[in-house]
Design a binder for this molecule. Structure first.
Ligand code: MLT
Length: 262
């Protein structure tokens, strides 16, 4: 489905009925990464999964895309869909967006799930490297990023070729302008560490034990800093934990949703 939000077309999935869950994908991915959660949770919840602007099937806008702009799009989509306050689940860059959302729109949140993500900003070297990658994408196309990141999305021990092909498929629609915008937006993002202690909604932090893109130690640190947060580290899972170990991920999410009454 498509909605016009903040002047651009956002593609999204909206299935089921019940307490609303909004799933936000990472970079340079798309909403297909949540297909196993859409399938599992639509029996009990309203499950919404958009493609962030410039990624997947959503429209591209020029220039850097700050995390707050992505968060504003989510808020606009919530208003369009009349969801009311909801539980936001953000993976990796989607987690950076979820933390920006929590700061900007605390009244719109009932719960927060941070998956394979971290609170800190890029180091100066990291930000410089992102800008250099953005320049490379400008001249050589999105494959620069897709080919570098796809092999790191799953655990190194995972030899499932169909799963690896699916991961490539989640990245395939990314347009160069959208990839560049997200890279530049991540390079300039704020350190969210300062407001973790002020989060006032039930929070679950999930990590893949074998994540090499954002190691589980980042999740452990966030869970310690967020009041009352629960931590779940899922074995045999890399960065894309919700897709790679969907049964274990979904079980952890069900338990937490039930305990939090969401
Ligand atoms: C992601 O999966 O969203 C990215 O790896 C995040 C990042 O590059 O910092």
């Amino acid at each position: 489905m498509l909605a016009t939000v903040n002047g651009i077309q956002i593609a999204y999935t909206d299935e089921g009925a019940g307490g609303p869950l909004l799933f936000v994908h990472g970079f340079p991915l798309s909403r297909g990464t949540w297909s196993k959660q859409v399938a599992a949770f639509q029996a009990s919840h309203r499950v919404i999964a958009p493609d962030l602007r410039g990624l997947g099937d959503s429209e591209v806008s020029p220039g850097p895309i700050p995390m707050g702009r992505f968060a504003k799009d989510l808020h606009g989509l919530m208003q369009h869909l009349k969801t009311g306050p909801l539980t936001l689940v953000g993976h990796s860059m989607g987690g950076y967006v979820a933390l920006a959302f929590a700061k900007a729109y605390p009244e719109a949140l009932k719960g927060l799930v941070l998956v394979g993500t971290k609170a800190g900003a890029d180091s100066p070297e990291g930000a410089t490297a992102r800008r250099a990658t953005a320049e490379k994408v400008r001249t050589e196309g999105s494959s620069v990023v897709v080919d570098a990141m796809a092999p790191k999305m799953l655990a190194a021990s995972n030899t499932d070729a169909a799963m690896a092909a699916a991961v490539h498929g989640f990245m395939a629609p990314s347009k160069p302008e959208g990839v560049i915008g997200a890279l530049l937006g991540m390079a300039e993002r704020e350190d969210a560490g300062a407001w973790l202690g002020m989060l006032q909604v039930p929070t679950l932090v999930i990590a893949g034990a074998d994540d090499t893109i954002i190691p589980p130690s980042e999740s452990e640190a966030m869970a310690k800093a967020i009041p009352g947060a629960q931590l779940k580290v899922i074995p045999k899972a890399g960065h894309l934990v919700a897709f790679e170990q969907a049964d274990a991920f979904n079980a952890a999410l069900v338990d937490w949703l039930n305990s939090a009454g969401l």
